[in-house]
Design a protein around this ligand. Structure first.
Ligand code: FAD
Ligand code: 2HG
Ligand code: ZN
Length: 480
């Protein structure tokens, strides 16, 4: 149990805007985005500065009270959800939402952890630059959460994940000390790189309080197209063909199966299919030029014309204006929401080698649907990164109990297929608590031992986001 002298000290340090122990105020932040994981917390702490974060962490470290760092709470791995004991405190970074510096000359932005991604997009556009990472949760996800999960999204093809875009980090370590690594050094070989441990560390090694981010030139012109085709193999061939024709102008290449598009059309008001006829597979393509002219549209049109001619693509439409382009993106970005409304699903965020993905999707889908009659695979996303969300919808009429019973078996089955294909069971969403047991089951002992050793060295009292990312060591004598 959390001692009340600690609560009193935290309350005094943070003031009424930064502290609440009211269960009603805490409740929405104590469950995950899909409402599957429900936890409890003794308090919701919302510091407004790095110094306040440092004091909070120091006080909690002294009292050995666990902290669950949280940004927008959009984690797809229940990474920001406390357990049900109520022992932990949620440490929200949302009040730390200042852009400390925005420099178009050096193409960099220094953002506090609580800056919302969409707000950063707006601010960078005002100075003729952009931060080239985006995802469906951009209206809530924060820089701290994105960094801590090494988030991906729909521009990884061209610009990489958060890790490639982070030039520096400021963080509070588990003893309350502040590490200032914000300077954007191009070269720095002073040994182990703390920045790269914190990025993707899911709040288990410290609290990221600010990040120095790389910017790129603003979009001068973009062309967005929706393509209908027959197979993921054809989609990958199309990507290769576009890359040969247009180089790195192709920033996004997102695969959408008919089943996912149908879910969106059924559950998201105001959506309509871009093509007259349905197709088994669809691709959303965005091509970008940093200059207003020439627009990438002509090159995209010619490449698609040729793909239609050879039969690689079955149908295609290029958005006639920005509004239509946004509508295409809305279809893509609404898949998670539509899936959530449709009912239980076993969610998998997998990667294999890019060239191996079409075969994995073909054979893996057939294997899962035959082993678990009534289920249907809804595999969509970042084909060009070798990463799809290989989600498996429950049989029609299944209730929420399906998730914990058959859903768990489906997940083990699907993950075994991924491991057999040499892939990863977490491409971009992280491990959180959702994949912890699977990570322990499927990860080689040397890697697990190294992860545990790093955790123990930096967080010896285990106060930072316990129960996430790092599986507990097996009890002595328990075997592996
Ligand atoms: P939270 O959910 O609050 O936290 C995520 C993790 O980071 C937790 O482990 C938390 O403890 C830790 N954390 C948060 N802030 C800090 C901090 N300051 N310091 C230390 N640790 C911290 N993800 C993708 O990668 N690609 C996608 O395309 C994508 N699309 C999505 C679409 C939708 C509709 C939704 C709901 C989610 C999507 N996600 C996607 C998942 C999610 O948006 C990302 O994981 C995002 O990075 C989480 O940001 P957040 O601020 O919400 O973090
Ligand atoms: C996406 O690519 C996100 O849309 C969410 O990563 C995926 O809901 C999902 O499984
Ligand atoms: Zn994704």
């Amino acid at each position: 149990m959390t001692s009340s002298p600690l609560l009193e000290r935290l309350s005094a340090r943070l003031g009424p805007k930064g502290f609440t122990a009211d269960p009603v105020a805490i409740a929405p932040w104590a469950e995950d985005w899909r409402g599957r994981w429900k936890g409890a917390a003794a308090a919701l702490l919302s510091p407004a500065s790095t110094e306040e974060v440092a004091d909070v962490v120091r006080l909690c470290a002294e009292a050995r009270v666990p902290l669950v760092p949280q940004g927008g709470n959009t984690s797809m791995a229940a990474g920001a959800t406390p357990d049900a004991s109520g022992d932990a405190m949620i440490l929200s970074l949302r009040r730390m939402n200042r852009i400390r510096a925005l420099d178009a000359d050096t193409d960099s932005a220094v953002c506090e952890a609580g800056v919302i991604l969409a707000d950063l997009h707006t601010a960078t556009a005002e100075v003729g630059r952009r931060f080239p990472l985006t995802l469906g949760a951009k209206g809530s996800a924060t820089i701290g959460g994105l960094a801590s999960t090494n988030a991906g999204g729909t521009q990884v093809l061209r610009f990489g994940t958060m890790r490639t875009l982070i030039q520096g980090i400021e963080a509070v370590l588990p003893d309350g000390s502040v590490w200032n690594g914000l300077t954007a050094l191009k070269k720095d070989n002073r040994g182990y790189d703390l920045k790269h441990l914190l990025v993707g560390g899911e709040g288990t090694l410290g609290v990221i309080t600010a990040a120095n981010l790389r910017l790129v030139p603003a979009v001068g012109a973009r062309s967005v197209a929706w393509i209908g085709l027959d197979t993921p193999d054809a989609a990958l061939d199309l990507l290769r063909m576009l890359e040969a024709a247009m180089g790195d102008a192709v920033e996004s290449f997102e695969l959408v199966p008919r089943v996912a598009l149908d879910l969106v059309l059924a559950h998201v008001p105001g959506t309509r299919a871009p093509l007259a006829e349905p197709h088994a597979w669809n691709v959303l393509i965005e091509a970008v030029s940093p200059m207003a002219a020439p627009s990438p549209e002509k090159a995209l049109y010619e490449a698609l014309h040729s793909a239609l001619g050879t039969g690689l693509a079955a149908d295609a439409v290029i958005a006639a204006n920005e509004r239509q382009a946004e509508n295409f993106w809305r279809l893509r970005d609404s898949i998670s929401e539509a899936e959530k409304q449709a009912g239980p699903a076993a969610k998998h965020d997998i990667s294999v080698e890019v060239a191996a993905m079409p075969r994995f999707m073909r054979e893996g889908s057939a294997a899962v649907e035959s082993a678990f009659p009534g289920t249907r695979v809804i595999a969509f996303g970042h084909l060009g990164d070798g990463n799809v969300h290989f989600n498996v919808g429950a049989p029609l009429g299944a209730g929420p109990e399906w998730q914990e019973s058959e859903g768990t078996r489906v997940t083990s089955y699907a993950h075994d297929l991924v491991v057999a294909a040499g892939g990863s069971i977490s491409a971009e969403h992280g491990i959180g608590q959702m994949r912890l047991a699977e990570l322990a089951r499927l990860t080689d002992p040397a890697r697990l031992a190294a992860q545990r050793a790093i955790k123990a060295a930096l967080d010896p009292h285990g106060i930072m986001n316990p129960g996430k990312l790092v599986p507990p060591a097996p009890a002595p004598g328990a075997g592996s």
